[in-house]
Design a protein around this ligand. Structure first.
Ligand code: KG4
Ligand code: ZN
Length: 339
């Protein structure tokens, strides 16, 4: 195998990130979370694109400096080209094409979700196939059957809100701030997760889909009722009980998928996987049921270019290349390779 040094670029949402990998080893992974959106309680697409435009090239230079390499050491470029915000993706893809053109090296468009999955699956030693990937991020809740490398079959997904979106919305209801995941986790540590019995949707049905919108609404009604009756309630208890409801569903559905597909290996992916209560639940259940579990390092869970560089490196090694006509795909599906 020829060794390859690949620059990864990630600009799909509100993290501007560049990373350098040598084979699957991450030499640097610079991530800047845009702070401007905090004033708006959510990502404002135009602000995101402009912040990427300002920050991306300096961040690429930082990633190269930290890896103690220069542009001429690169053998390829990996860049997220979907799914995500069109204007944000355009910034990363434009820069990637410019670099590939001027350095005369190949580039590859990477699916952001594949990046999340490969973040954990790419850890050495490489995980065997087949495995189940459970992706829980701000935009996605997916169960994916990965039968062989680069072959992804969606076997379950959310019918309404994503898991991370539910964390963000409930944090707003509880007036904890944005982004909600880490703030709920912190608050939940002081609370009792059995205090309120929030609904766990679709658990009785024999399917692998998720629904988190009803859970969010029931937290909202709980809080509104308490306020209307001028009763006090513990925000920590509500946060802990809500978090437990999400974790229970994600664990239960993942194990249902493992059973249905006869898999013994599970890869967790996405920003919500940073949650330590979730990690603990998955770890103990996997130990009990003898399932091999891969959880990426917390920095590799939320959006970062290290995961994109890893996924792109793997595809470049297989001889895959994108051409300069490549466009961004805001709704890009992970199943594209099955076609
Ligand atoms: O994967 P990611 O960085 O971006 C997307 O591709 O969507 O995920 C961000 C999501 C946000 O909804 C955020 O609230 C959630 O991940 N998140 C968490 C935690 N840290 C981030 N959710 C629960 N617990 C956490 N500690
Ligand atoms: Zn993501």
């Amino acid at each position: 195998m020829m060794h390859m040094t690949v620059l990864g670029i990630e600009t799909s949402c509100d993290e501007t990130s560049a990373a350098v990998v040598n084979d699957q080893a991450i030499l640097s992974n610079i991530i800047r979370t845009q702070t401007i959106h905090q004033n708006y309680g959510g990502v404002v697409p135009e602000f995101a694109s402009r912040a990427h435009l300002k920050q991306l090239v300096p961040i690429i230079n930082m990633a190269l400096a930290e890896a103690e390499l220069s542009l001429c050491d690169l053998d390829g470029i990996a860049v997220t080209h979907g799914p995500g915000l069109a204007g944000s993706l355009l910034v990363g893809l434009g820069v990637a094409k410019g670099l590939a053109l001027s350095l005369n090296i190949p580039f590859i468009g990477v699916n952001h979700i594949e990046g999340h999955i490969v973040a954990g699956a790419g850890e050495s030693p490489a995980i065997d196939h087949p495995y189940i990937a459970m992706v829980a991020s701000g935009g996605h809740s997916l169960l994916i059957f990965v039968e062989k490398p680069c072959s992804y079959k969606i076997i379950g997904q959310t019918i309404d809100d994503a898991a991370g979106e539910a964390f963000d919305k409930v944090a707003k209801v509880l007036e904890l701030g944005y982004p909600g995941g880490p703030l709920i986790e912190k608050k939940a540590r002081e609370g009792n997760d059995q205090a309120v019995n929030f609904p766990r949707a679709l658990l009785d049905k024999n399917n692998l889909d998720f629904s988190f919108s009803g859970l969010k609404t029931s937290v909202l009604y709980y809080v509104q009722n308490k306020k209307r009756r001028a009763e006090t309630f513990s925000v920590a208890d509500v946060a802990a009980s809500f978090q437990k409801a999400v974790v229970d569903v994600l664990v239960e559905k993942s194990f249902r998928a493992l059973g249905l597909y006869g898999c013994k290996q599970l890869v967790l992916a996405g920003g919500v996987i940073r949650n330590s209560a979730l990690r603990a639940e998955f770890e103990s259940r996997c130990a009990r049921e003898q399932i091999v579990l891969r959880i990426p390092d917390p920095v590799l869970c939320t959006d970062n270019a290290g995961m994109i560089a890893r996924a792109g490196h793997f595809r470049l090694q297989r001889g895959e290349r994108s051409d300069f006509g490549l466009d961004v795909h805001p709704n890009l599906s992970i199943e594209r390779d099955l076609a």
